[in-house]
Ligand binder design. Structure first.
Ligand SMILES: C[S@@+](CC[C@H](N)C(=O)[O-])C[C@H]1O[C@@H](n2cnc3c(N)ncnc32)[C@H](O)[C@@H]1O
Length: 235
C-alpha cells in the first residue's frame, strides 16, 4: 500500500519532471552544451551511472532489470546492451517517450529488449526482477519513503537493489536552507538529505528486508552533484 504522503510527494515530482524541468532534463542528459554548473552535474551523473553499472554483471543475458525512475533511459540502454531484458519506468510520460525515442534512434537493434512504461516504479504489475536500479529517483523522498519503497521492491527482486540518496552533508544542508529562500513556484522539489545511520536503521526495521544484506557503497561528489550509491543484496 502506498501512503498518501508518498503519493503527494510523487505527484510534486511528476509535475516537476514532466513539465517544469522536462526540457532542461532532456538537454542535461544529451551531448548538447550546458553551462559550467550543469556540466559538473552531468559529469557527476555519468560517474554515478558507471559506478552502478560496475555493480551489475557484465553479461546480463537471461536477467531482468528494472530501471526504476529511468528518466531519459541512459542506464536502461547499457543494461540492454549487456543482454538484459529491461523494464524502464518513469512517473513522467514525457521523459519515458524521450527515452523510447532515443533508444529507437541510437540503438534500434535493442528496442525489443526494453519495455518502457509511464507510471510508478513500485507497481507490482511490473513483475519480478533480478536487479533493480533506482539512480537518483529516490533523492526527493524522505528516509521513511525510501525505506518503504525498497521494502516494496525487495520481495520482487531476486539478487540486488542499487539505489542512491542525497547524503546529509554540511554543504547540502546549506543548499537546502538557501533553496527555501526562493519562492515556491521557482523551486524544484527539494532534495531530501538523508543520514546514512538513520536510513540503515529504517531499512533494517523492514520485515521485507530481513534476509537482505547491505553491500558496496560509494559517494560521488563533482561540483554541484553529490549523491551516495548503496547496494543491498540477497546473501
Ligand atoms: C533525477 S531523475 C533521474 C533519472 C534517471 N534515473 C537518471 O539517472 O538519468 C529522477 C527520476 O525519477 C522519476 N521518479 C521519481 N519518483 C518516481 C516514482 N515513484 N515512480 C517512477 N519514477 C519516479 C522522476 O520522474 C525522474 O525522471
Amino acid at each position: 500500500m502506498l501512503s498518501s504522503s508518498y503519493e503527494q510527494r510523487r505527484s510534486q515530482i511528476e509535475h516537476y519532471f514532466d513539465r517544469t524541468a522536462a526540457q532542461a532534463w532532456a538537454r542535461l542528459t544529451s551531448d548538447a552544451p550546458v553551462g559550467r554548473i550543469r556540466a559538473t552535474v552531468r559529469a557527476g551523473r555519468d560517474q554515478m551511472r558507471q559506478t552502478l553499472l560496475s555493480w551489475l554483471p557484465e553479461d546480463m543475458r537471461g536477467l531482468r532489470l528494472l530501471d526504476a525512475g529511468c528518466g531519459t533511459g541512459a542506464l536502461a540502454q547499457v543494461a540492454a546492451q549487456r543482454g538484459a531484458q529491461v523494464v524502464a519506468i518513469d512517473i513522467s510520460p514525457t521523459l519515458v517517450q524521450l527515452a523510447a525515442d532515443r533508444l529507437a534512434a541510437e540503438q534500434p537493434h535493442l528496442v525489443g529488449q526494453v519495455h518502457f512504461a509511464a507510471g510508478d516504479m513500485l507497481d507490482a504489475a511490473l513483475g519480478d526482477f533480478d536487479h533493480v536500479v533506482c539512480m537518483d529517483s529516490l533523492i526527493h523522498y524522505d528516509t521513511a519513503h525510501i525505506a518503504q519503497a525498497l521494502a516494496q521492491l525487495a520481495p520482487r527482486t531476486r539478487r540486488s537493489m542499487l539505489f542512491t540518496y542525497a547524503p546529509r552533508t554540511p554543504l547540502l544542508a546549506l543548499m537546502h536552507r538557501v533553496g527555501r529562500l526562493f519562492p515556491r513556484s521557482d523551486r524544484s522539489p527539494a532534495l531530501s538529505p538523508v543520514a546514512t545511520d538513520a536510513l540503515a536503521a529504517q531499512l533494517q526495521a523492514q520485515a521485507a528486508l530481513s534476509s537482505w544484506r547491505d553491500g558496496r557503497s560509494a559517494r560521488i561528489s563533482q561540483g554541484f552533484y553529490t549523491s551516495q550509491a548503496w547496494e543491498w543484496h540477497r546473501p
